[in-house]
Design a protein around this ligand. Sequence first.
Ligand code: EPZ
Length: 434
Amino acid sequence: MLDKIVVHGGRRLQGTVHASGSKNAVLPILAATLLTEEPCEIRNVPDLSDVHLMLDILDGLGMRTSFASGTVRTEVADESISTAPYDLVHQMRASICVLGPLLAKRKRAQVAHPGGCVIGTRPIDLHVKGLKALAAELQTVHGYLEGTTVGLTGAHIFLGGPFGSTVTGTANVLMAATLARGTTVIEQAACEPEVVDLADFLTAMGAQIEGAGTPRITVHGVERLGGATHEVIPDRIEAETFMIASAITCGDVRIESCRPDQMVAVAEVLRECGASVEALSAQSVRVRGSRYIKPVDVTTFAYPGYPTDAQAQIMALMSVADGISVITDKVYPDRYMHVSEYNRMGAQIRKNGPTAVVQGVEFLSGAPVKATDLRASAGLILAGLAAQGETEMHQVQHLDRGYDRIEQKLIQLGAAIERVRYAPRRRKSDRRAA
Ligand code: EPZ
């Protein structure tokens, strides 16, 4: 049996929705629990398949983990295992975040190359560069990154790459540096709030970190780290997805348990489109859409620039704007698998290298579409909310990686959306294959 999401378009979203904890904060934070033998408690953890996958990886690394009512508890049972296997790692790139902690705490690691995905080749050369600078020996053997060290030593590391800073690369080097001998300085570090949240958790464990959230992070290595309790920050990308959902349906939505101060770039673009965006408090924002959606050119950058993880979503809105918009992804120049799916719904979008030219149309028409990656699947739902008729989205496993019960949250706001289980049609080709 398979799941599909069916959306009946044309409803205005209204009401209040709460953002869940941040996927991109909690994944490195879970990896960081490898840095101590003591128990850790992580709260406000979203119920996502990526989180369960990371817990499977930690279990396979000798950790005892539990996950109930939004709280994860971890404890080390056996530090003799240091291999993160291909069958788990290749499903989720963030698995690479166990590399730094394993080298720092267990002085050895075998982590399968995470490989690329539909949004790009997603190399890990900067991770390797940073960890080698900390005196880890790293080599690729049969598709695994094999690392050893006699003990990590602090270093001055420039971690910028051809597409700017690296979020999980910064996380990996930051985690490793906490137990390195001496001081580490990371230049052109990623400034994302998720890196700051990781640094906060590491500090609670006893790490000495300055400058998290700025391009220069300084870490004074310590002998050991202890257990800690931490509450994960809200998921800004999920909250931004709901902000754009309100705009595309000319709705009136309040997003609670979010951080408006971390969503300024998306708020600015929505205001330029003609929506009203009002920070009601430090944890809530109200977005009211307008009938007339102005076209806006959007270019994605590392934080605090417009996030690449909200690129597919804003493209859905621009596809029904009154004019031409130009969207450029400076972080992942190939992150446009959603273009052909939007065009199946009547959008008029032309990809041209790292840029997509969007000619707004009066309305989209619902159609069967295929999710290609996590944020594209969210964008397709937004397009379905605005489209005339019914949109059926297949390959929903992409959505479940990063959105915690999104259809229930949208139903709460008045959307006509449901998850349908169905038996895929048996085809002659299946029989032939059999
Ligand atoms: C994180 O991925 C996020 N994932 C991604 O979110 C997000 O799109 C990305 O940061 C950019 O913001 C997690 O945090 C788990 P990068 P990450 O290393 O760390 C290049 C989602 O939808 N690069 O910051 O893997 C890379 O190719 C996901 O939630 C190198 O060249 O991204 C890219 O062009 C998708 N060498 C740019 O840097 C490296 O060693 C930014 O990548 C590493 C990266």
